[in-house]
Design a binder for this molecule. Structure first.
Ligand code: SAM
Length: 338
């Protein structure tokens, strides 16, 4: 085995120079070794089980104006929606009957509507007590994070987007500060949420050194979940003409982070399968261990357009691909278990 991969596996760490080499190398056999080693590490942690999460895109109403995102508040070309309590519960019902034991409620950042989710989260928790609830609702006041946690939410995904403050400022309006996002991550941890962070790969102006900073931030925070996908341009954003991020680089990051944090839950993301037709399974073979089939009512899916050409990751297709590679799923919350 190449020394670089061996050190990363054994020490769970590499100097920056080694990370840059793994991220930038053209040496295909080194990349294959990296992926294989990450795959073996994932199998040591989870066997050949892949955890399923049922994604429910709760609302595309957002107060933020992130320069890369299709649901940014200044985009007047999308129909805004927020699912009702009844719609959310019926999504959960469908997901549960399909064997899903984690519901992920994701949406635009909108604290007043998120407040309305508190009783809904309590109802989901009471109706399906053997299932986990993950939220991804952006930056909210501590008190609201606390209410949602008490209502029964178990996990919270809040990507840090980029660890580099100058890069953060290039991707967001001046009203959004990186400090607030990081503070929220620490608050979520304080409330004992299983916490997720992560970034887009190939976002405009990103450099390899910023990705190394991302890896260091993740390594330091040690999140229970790591969400990473390629940037994909959306026609109604300032970044419409930027190229999509690389699927290959995304998978290298799954592999590197799997070797650093062997027990972390790492999804093979929808964005990856949107840029690479067999990306879902390739992400698993590179060390990811989670897939998130979409349970949003079909009539709202186009309106939750973060980027162009979003894949739905239908459950039957996911299961077929996984079993062809000897992987399996089962009704399982798939909690972080160190
Ligand atoms: N509002 C919540 C938040 O701020 O975390 C959750 C919803 S937000 C739309 C979910 C994630 O979508 C973001 O963290 C971002 O990384 C990703 N995203 C947004 N626009 C994207 C794009 N053009 N390409 C790829 N990912 C994108």
């Amino acid at each position: 085995m190449t020394e670089l991969v061996q050190i990363l596996r054994d020490k769970r760490d590499l100097p920056d120079k080694g990370l840059v080499e793994l991220l930038e190398t053209d040496n295909q056999s080194l990349v294959e070794e990296l992926k294989e080693c990450a795959r073996e590490t994932a199998i040591e942690s989870f066997g050949k089980e892949v955890f399923l999460r049922g994604l429910i895109e709760w609302s595309n109403v957002c107060r933020n104006d992130c320069l890369y995102c299709g649901i940014r508040c200044s985009n007047a070309n999308i129909q805004r929606y927020t699912l009702t309590r009844e719609q959310i519960l019926s999504c959960c019902e469908l997901a549960y009957s399909s064997g899903i034991r984690t519901f992920v409620l994701q949406g635009g950042e909108n604290p007043s509507s998120a407040q309305n989710l508190v009783p809904v989260v309590a109802e989901i928790h009471a109706s399906w007590p053997d299932s986990a609830i993950t939220l991804s609702l952006g930056e909210l006041p501590f008190e609201l994070y606390e209410k949602l946690r008490i209502a029964g939410a178990d996990r919270y995904l809040l990507r840090h987007e980029t660890a580099n403050p100058v890069h953060y400022a290039m991707l967001h309006p001046i009203t959004m500060g990186q400090g607030t996002r990081l503070k929220c991550l620490y608050q979520l941890r304080e409330l004992c949420y299983q916490t997720g962070m992560g970034m887009m790969v190939g976002s405009p102006f990103q450099k390899t050194e910023y990705l190394v900073e991302d890896i260091r931030l993740i390594q330091m925070f040690r999140p229970e979940m790591i969400g990473i996908g390629p940037f994909i341009p959306h026609k109604d954003t300032k970044f419409a003409d930027f190229p999509a991020g690389s699927a290959e680089l995304t998978m290298r990051l799954y592999s590197i982070l799997r070797l650093m944090l062997p027990k972390a839950n790492i999804p093979s993301t929808t964005a990856l399968s949107s840029v690479l037709p067999d990306g879902r399974i390739k992400g698993i073979l590179a060390g990811a261990n989670v897939i998130m089939p979409n349970f949003t009512p079909p009539q709202y899916r186009d309106a939750y357009s973060l980027y162009e050409g979003k894949s739905a990751d239908p459950l039957e297709e996911v299961q077929k691909e996984l079993s062809a590679e000897g992987y399996f799923t089962r009704p399982n919350r798939g909690d972080y278990n160190n």
